[in-house]
Design a protein around this ligand. Structure first.
Ligand SMILES: *[C@@H]1O[C@H](CO)[C@@H](O)[C@H](O)[C@H]1NC(C)=O
Ligand SMILES: *[C@@H]1O[C@H](CO)[C@@H](O)[C@H](O)[C@H]1NC(C)=O
Length: 524
């Protein structure tokens, strides 16, 4: 697993200039083509340069094809959420591989750009079971190089109601329909019309009444031609004003009763309506191009949250060499405004975090400078910054092998839920987790902003976690079976890097808290 390299740069020699968004044109086929064959099924290499294949890495050597996806900018691919889920849980970003410039699924070739995924972002409501919010952003570890075979698609920035497209033909491309069916080796395409929600419902009320929402639309010819030529996660494209635009993501269809797992090619297919996610894309700092946007209606660029911003750094040759060795897959922590400030005022920072199964470093809280006590509780202030899975253990001994500690995992499941376990470990490979609580805590962690909170353990066994500036705890639990002690505390991680802050001042209203930012950096 390619871990992220974390490093801090000295601020004085670092010059930051946001990378210019080049005037790249989206949605243009680059290869010379001898007439497009619409309604047919074959495509030719380079005809859909924004269409990519998403693979799951099963082992070091083996990847298996899962889905299609669409390039919308140099380091971003859109796909369906259900394509990045395995056994109902989000798959680790490090296990996803994207191949762009691919035509024959079984044959690589010089046009193929293979890229690892750095981060997967999905809406809080995304579900692979109900197909709600079936959309996911894949942030790439390195940028795509645009050429004849790799290009971004366009997206309309004005919200055009899907009703206006009913009866209009869009094009779906792909290597096959589902994960289970046999895929075609060569990329195929099909033209299919958008149908109204009423027609779609009427065609199969059982299926569509459950999954049709305002963020989904249906398309299909119902004559056996097209829907199975689509590809889960791949796009449905419309040509307007000489540009190709992405509108739908192939999401779900009825299953053919005669062939299990194969879609019913005589039914309609549901597509995630990308136009319903424009605000969400902007909130995630994802850029896309709309060459048809009228001047004057340019929406203000929403500042990216930093984690996905691409910054071009001017660095000394030694640092540059180091960064290049890591292929641009580097999370930089840079201090802002050239001031020497601590990331979180007054805290000790912990950035050499051992892995989940490694021997952890337990800190004695009685040695902390800042420990709070009330007549019936003890509390400390801690924090963390990272994408998901901030994991804290605490208990009553420095080396708690064979005895239980309390384990709080903040924002597992792709930053959606937090989980509390009674964790009993006997060795680096053996442990038992007894779940005490699972709670919905969507996006409680941030990759860029330290999440600071008070951890308070009461004599009666109640534990409260309360975020800075909030009165009500966001997580609360109790272990009825054993007393919980906050004598020793340790920090670990699952498969993403995090920083922790501990021994923090207990007063939280002082200013100057968050003066650093994590940046995904790209190398020139
Ligand atoms: C199905 O309909 C589409 C247009 O809706 C047409 O292009 C295609 O040729 C038809 N296929 C068959 C097998 O009739
Ligand atoms: C920790 O060990 C368990 C059991 O050996 C394993 O299933 C799990 O994947 C490991 N976790 C990490 C993050 O390596």
């Amino acid at each position: 697993m390619a871990g992220l390299v974390l490093l801090s740069l000295l601020l004085t020699s670092v010059l930051l200039t946001p990378q210019q968004i080049s005037a790249q044109q989206c949605g243009q086929v680059q290869v010379l083509k001898q007439g497009l064959i619409f309604g047919g099924t074959a495509s030719t290499p380079g005809m859909w340069p924004w269409h990519v294949a998403v693979f799951h890495r099963e082992s070091i050597r083996r990847t298996s094809y899962k889905c299609g996806g669409t390039i919308i900018n140099r380091d971003t691919v859109l796909t369906a959420y259900h394509c990045v889920v395995e056994n109902q849980r989000p798959i680790a970003a490090g296990r996803l591989v994207v191949r762009a410039g691919l035509f024959d699924l079984d044959v690589g070739g010089p046009t193929v750009q293979e890229n690892r995924v750095f981060d997967v972002i999905s809406p809080p409501g995304a579900s692979a079971r109900t197909f709600d919010d079936d959309i996911a952003i894949l942030k790439m570890q390195t940028q795509f190089t645009y050429d004849d075979y790799v290009q971004p698609v366009c997206i309309r920035s004005e919200r055009q109601d899907i009703g206006q497209l009913v009866g209009t033909y869009g094009t779906v491309v792909g290597w096959g329909w589902t994960e289970q069916s046999t895929t075609s080796a060569e990329l195929r395409q099909a033209n299919i019309p958008v149908v109204s929600a009423e027609d779609c419902l009427a065609s199969d009320r059982n299926l569509f009444s459950q999954v049709l929402t305002t963020k989904v639309y249906c398309a299909g010819s119902r004559n056996g031609t097209s829907s199975c030529n689509g590809d889960s996660g791949g796009g449905m494209f419309f040509r307007m004003g000489g540009y190709w635009f992405l509108r739908g993501l192939t999401s779900f269809s009825a299953v053919d009763a005669k062939q299990s797992g194969i879609c019913d090619s005589h039914g309609y297919v549901g597509y995630t309506d990308v136009a319903k996610y424009l605000d969400w894309l902007r909130e995630q700092g994802v850029r896309y191009e709309d060459p048809l946007q009228r001047p004057g209606t340019v929406s203000k660029p929403v500042p990216s949250d930093g984690s996905t911003a691409l910054l071009r750094l001017a660095v000394d040759p030694k640092t540059k060499k180091f960064l290049q060795q890591h292929g641009g897959n580097v999370l930089l922590r840079v201090q802002l405004n050239g001031r020497r400030v601590e990331t979180v005022r007054g805290c000790l920072q912990y950035d050499t975090v051992p892995g989940y199964n490694e021997t952890l470093e337990y800190f004695a809280t009685d040695n902390f400078r800042y420990v709070g006590r009330t007549h019936n509780s003890k509390y400390i202030r801690v924090g963390m910054v990272g994408p998901t899975d901030g994991i804290i253990r605490f208990g009553k001994s420095r080396f708690p092998y064979g005895e239980s500690v309390s384990e709080i995992c903040l924002s597992g499941w792709a930053n959606q839920n937090s989980e509390v376990n009674r964790h009993t470990r006997t060795s680096n490979s053996e442990y038992v987790n007894t779940p005490l609580k699972i709670q919905l805590t969507p996006n409680v962690l941030s990759k860029t902003r330290p999440m600071m909170f008070r951890l308070e353990v009461f004599d009666n066994g109640n534990v409260l976690l309360t975020k800075d500036g909030e009165k009500r705890p966001f997580l609360e639990f109790n272990d009825n079976r054993q007393r919980l002690d906050l004598d020793y505390i340790a920090f670990t991680k699952w498969n993403h890097e995090l920083f922790y802050y501990y021994d923090c001042p207990l007063d939280t209203d002082a200013n100057g808290v968050d003066d650093t930012v994590l940046l995904k950096c790209s190398l020139a």
